[in-house]
Design a protein around this ligand. Structure first.
Ligand code: DLL
Length: 450
């Protein structure tokens, strides 16, 4: 648990929608089955590609008798959306949509997602439910520093806050000095941002001599990228608030698919709207509850873009154990990284977040870091660049580097060269942080004369 410990309110009193949020597991499964049939019918009737896939495994929506029938369907992956760019997997004509969003992706075409008015309505409800679970209440001023635009973060949090009855300051990312000034002047109680941008705001506050921990901020809703427990403590100390993890992805809805409650022991995944599976990423087989694997999500109520067994690439564990808060919906434990972010350094598999967990909080080191993967001859080489905290003597950098490399080796098993650098030298994020600089492909391109 983080730096701030507070008693947890027990029971359903702290739910926005207690009837739904505390349904028995049996009642939830029954509701899921009814909704699964409806979403399969929607896909069958309106998305020819989906119907063909159902026909191929002889799964007619009306013949579904149990949730396990879904397992007969193949997975959906991101490239399926790209292959049907822009609207080929939509179950509604473009004219019937209320909004589109898209995620940029690093290569090729963006992934485009669409919403009916009903989808937006349910999204706002779920986002409001998530925020309420984290302690946000009607009337709280919400400073929203997630990017507005095609990214789902800005508008997702915005509409959820409005649905809850909260006034919103629609800042978007960037312009950090102004953000700090307005947090102080307006007296926001809630900050919404990526964890890396929240940390950047804390730093700018310090540089400006503004005492952000003394501001009226009390709650932070941070997500859209992996972040460690150590990072949470840094952010809480730097901003003087309690930090909550919020998870989601555009293909499924956007933010608010899952969110931490006041117990902060995992993120409740809203099972009345989504069906969660965890699979072995290698062979697609289900893993036992509590085991790490790839999260697969089926939307149960999406009209415009029903997603069946979508492989998120996110690695996590889930539990259906009762939560202290009284909610019955399963909990997704911290998402430690994406399958496709995994690095293999001389045969050792690792995620950038593991390095973060080792480095952040070590004496003298700041929470600003970047991983650089290079190729030395035929071998991959990992260099970790991490900033020293302001005030640390540069003469101490070498010893700090050696100590950090030793800890990385003993805790993760990876040999890394650590370069402790001066404060302020690494790039700061305004949204999702870029944690890995892969210099291998650059070298390859140079070699090919590109
Ligand atoms: O990042 C939606 C979002 C916005 C979530 C604001 C939370 C807050 P995408 O841009 O489609 O959507 O990226 C989705 O981001 O598959 C994860 O890999 C990662 N991600 C999202 N939330 C978390 C989190 C938004 N809390 C991808 N922890 C997902 C770790 C997260 N990773």
């Amino acid at each position: 648990m983080g730096a701030i410990h507070e008693p947890v309110r027990l029971g359903s009193a702290a739910c926005l929608d207690p009837a739904r949020e505390t349904l028995s597991r049996d009642a939830l499964a029954q509701l899921q089955l009814e909704r699964l049939r409806a979403v399969l019918r929607n896909a069958w009737q309106n998305v020819p590609w989906q119907r063909a896939r159902m026909q191929a495994v002889e799964l007619h929506p009306d013949a579904v008798t149990g949730l396990e029938d879904l397992r007969r369907l193949p997975f959906t992956v991101k490239t399926d959306l790209r292959d049907h760019y822009p609207f080929g997997l939509f179950a509604r004509p473009v004219g019937a949509l209320a909004r589109v969003h898209a995620s940029s992706g690093t290569t090729g075409k963006p992934t485009v997602v669409g919403y009916t008015a009903g989808d937006l309505d349910r999204w706002a409800d779920l986002m409001a439910r998530s925020m309420y679970g984290a302690g946000v209440r009607a009337g709280d001023l919400v400073h929203n520093a997630y990017g507005y635009g095609l990214f789902t973060g800005g508008l997702g949090l915005h509409c959820g806050a409005e649905r809850l009855g909260c006034p919103v300051v629609p800042m978007s990312g960037g312009g950090s000095e102004r953000q700090v000034a307005l947090i102080m002047d307006f007296g926001a109680r809630v900050l919404c941002a990526t964890p890396s941008y929240a940390l950047a705001l804390a730093e700018v506050g310090q540089q400006l001599g503004v005492d952000l921990p003394q501001s009226r901020l009390e709650i932070g809703l941070f997500g859209a990228e992996p972040w460690s427990a150590a990072m949470r403590e840094e952010i809480e100390a730097g901003l003087g608030l309690k930090a909550f993890d919020v998870y989601g992805l555009s293909e499924i809805m956007g933010p608010g698919v899952a969110c931490a409650c006041e117990a902060r022991d995992g993120l409740h995944g809203w099972e009345d709207h989504f069906l969660f599976e965890v699979i072995d990423p290698e062979d697609g087989a289900p893993v036992a509850e509590g085991e790490a694997g790839e999260l697969v999500i089926t939307t149960l109520t999406k009209e415009a873009l029903p997603m069946l067994r979508y492989r998120t690439r996110d690695i996590t564990r889930v539990t259906t154990r009762p939560c202290d808060c009284g909610r019955t919906h399963l909990r997704i434990l911290r998402v430690t990284g994406r399958d496709d972010d995994m690095l293999i350094i001389r045969g050792v598999n690792m995620y950038p977040s593991q390095i973060e967990a080792v480095l952040v909080g070590r004496p003298g080191l700041a929470a600003h870091y970047q991983l650089v993967v290079e190729r030395h001859g035929s071998l991959d080489h990992l260099r970790v660049e991490v900033e020293a905290q302001p005030g640390v003597e540069p003469s101490a950098f070498d010893d700090m580097s050696r100590a950090a490399a030793h800890h990385i080796k003993s805790l993760i098993g990876v040999t890394a060269q650590v370069a402790v650098c001066a404060p302020g030298t690494l790039p700061r994020s305004q949204g999702k942080a870029v944690r890995v600089r892969d210099e291998r492909s650059r070298r390859d391109k140079r070699d090919q004369g590109a």
